[in-house]
Ligand binder design. Sequence first.
Ligand code: MG
Ligand code: MG
Length: 262
Amino acid sequence: INLNMIYLKTPEEIALLRASNQLVGKTLAEVAKHIRVGVTTLELDKIAEDFIRSNGAVPGFLDYGGFPNTLCISVNDQVVHGIPSNYALKEGDIVSVDCGTLLNGYYGDSAYTFCVGEVDEKVKKLLKITKESLSLGIDSAQHGNRIGDIGYAIQKHCQAAGFSVVRKLVGHGVGRNLHEDPEVPNFGKRGQGVLLKEGMVIAIEPMINMGNRDVVQEKDGWTIRTIDRKPSAHFEHTIAIRKGKAEILSTFDYIEEVLNNK
Ligand code: MG
Ligand code: MG
């Protein structure tokens, strides 16, 4: 990694990144309202696109590298980068919804894995542990620590629960570009890797598998799924590094308000 490629953000830029990321959180909450048995992932995509545009922003993933939609929607054994389709959600599915926005020149990026109806206890545990690991990763993401501290915290928590960490895909810097340096792996060693500095903005996004950590890409050229077809979970926040605890620029608050009232 070329350290010169890591852009430290000013407070003004962080305010713009916060606004874009808050819109992602609100968009995911709109999607959450509509997640139920029978809804197609393409219907969810349309809801998100309309909401983002009505808020003066542009979908961040649409046309990014040729991606055809607003959301990446990945069901069950799909890990990330699933393409919305006519697939109708079924009782017991888990569905990772990853959303990006571009607002006033700055990107937002956040993801949440939802349950459809009643989900198997072991799968629920996978979601719980993955979400907890994101919080632990964020706790480690402080000025003066290193990238490896983040991955270490995530990996330790997930492996202790018997789950595995996807290694082929990683988190990333966020700014005027959706994907900036540094890479943010969900595995690592304490004290190793890029030094974290106040003003860095990164997306931390554990992708955690119930079974084998290996993944493959489907023939559609996008969808990543587990090699053993067991389920995978994905949660993502975009954060700003500070001295002390990082500031979470994205939010799950709006999503969880919806889920708690369902
Ligand atoms: Mg994302
Ligand atoms: Mg991301």
